[in-house]
Design a binder for this molecule. Structure first.
Ligand code: SF4
Ligand code: SF4
Length: 146
């Protein structure tokens, strides 16, 4: 399956991947409306880590043997049979945060808008190209099968 890969040499730490991820997961999917008018504020599934001079956006890699899936108590974290990507089902999540603890790269976070569940990258389900890849101005993020 295709995954999002980062070329840290091209990442300039602008944070636009976080901005457009949040917009993609907002109600309006409109940049201004999402941040100005929506409550709760939209949340990004990608997290930009910066240790100058290096910037590195982190998001779920849909691991081949995903620890979050094997550790999930409720089956909320599961592998999509069609795409092979690791998906989180908020309806089934019991908020135990086991996935947050076991993910080796810190790709699952407590949902800041609802601490009883978690959020992670969903590869912009329904979109051909994830928003972070589409809007990265320096092409530091790519969607590839390796
Ligand atoms: S959330 Fe973490 S452990 Fe689970 S598939 Fe993504 S990167 Fe792998
Ligand atoms: S917090 Fe939700 S998704 Fe994560 S392990 Fe617990 S039930 Fe599964």
């Amino acid at each position: 399956m295709k995954r999002v890969y980062v070329n840290e040499e091209l990442c300039m730490g602008c944070g636009l991947c976080e901005v457009y991820c949040a917009v993609q997961h907002s109600k309006s999917r409109d940049l201004l409306k999402a941040f100005k008018r929506e409550t709760p504020k939209p949340v990004s599934r990608i997290k930009l880590l910066q240790e100058k001079p290096v910037s590195f956006p982190v998001q779920c890699k849909s691991c081949r043997d995903p620890l979050c899936v094997s550790a999930c108590l409720s089956g909320a974290m599961h592998v999509d049979e069609k795409t092979g990507s690791v998906i989180h089902d908020e309806e089934r999540c019991i908020g135990c945060l086991t996935c947050v603890m076991v993910c080796p790269i810190g790709a699952v976070r407590i949902n800041p808008n609802n601490s009883e569940t978690v959020i992670k990258c969903d590869l912009c389900q329904g979109s051909e190209i994830p928003a972070c890849v589409k809007f990265c101005p320096n092409e530091a993020l790519t969607l590839e099968e390796r």
